[in-house]
Design a protein around this ligand. Structure first.
Ligand code: ATP
Ligand code: MG
Length: 139
């Protein structure tokens, strides 16, 4: 079933010039880009986006990292897009990510792990709406 997911190419990857490499992996995996933009998150936006983690010990550092530089946000479409993109990203900790995944290739550590992908269709819908309106869904 055709599904949407939401992606962030995180500040560590943008800063190292990896946007093109990661978008190529996304395209090669069969995920279609429906919408995309580069922006810099505000502290409030980053806190809101990761609100589910606000009690976790790493929350403060995570927010600082996510506002440390520009990110590239996109909406991806495919059959089973959520699961497919989670598979392409690999495990949260790049040291545990499988060969050929984005995080294995480009992640630096469990925090600076190059990319974000929604963890379910309902989360995807919330995250897409957090960053994009219908007029921006041009792909
Ligand atoms: P994301 O939501 O960014 O796609 P994920 O779903 O694989 O990643 P989550 O558990 O949702 O992992 O964690 C959100 C983000 O918080 C991680 O991607 C990472 O940047 C950071 N993070 C997670 N666990 C840790 C940790 N133990 N120490 C430091 N940072 C962490
Ligand atoms: Mg997550």
């Amino acid at each position: 079933m055709t599904e949407l997911t939401f992606s962030i190419i995180k500040p560590d990857a943008v800063e190292r010039g990896l946007v093109g490499d990661i978008l190529k992996m996304i395209a090669d995996s069969g995920l279609k880009i429906k919408a995309m933009k580069m922006l810099r998150l505000t502290k409030a936006q980053a806190e809101g986006f990761y609100a589910v983690h606000k009690e976790r010990p790493f929350f403060g550092e995570l927010v600082k990292y996510m506002v440390s530089g520009p990110v590239v946000v996109s909406v991806l479409e495919a059959d089973n897009a959520v699961e497919r993109y989670r598979g392409l990203m690999g495990a949260t900790d790049p040291a545990k990510a499988a060969e050929g995944t984005i995080r294995k290739r480009f992640g630096l550590n469990i925090q600076n792990n190059a990319c974000h992908g929604s963890d379910g269709p309902a989360t995807a819908a919330t995250e897409v709406a957090y960053f994009f309106n219908q007029l921006e869904m041009v792909g």
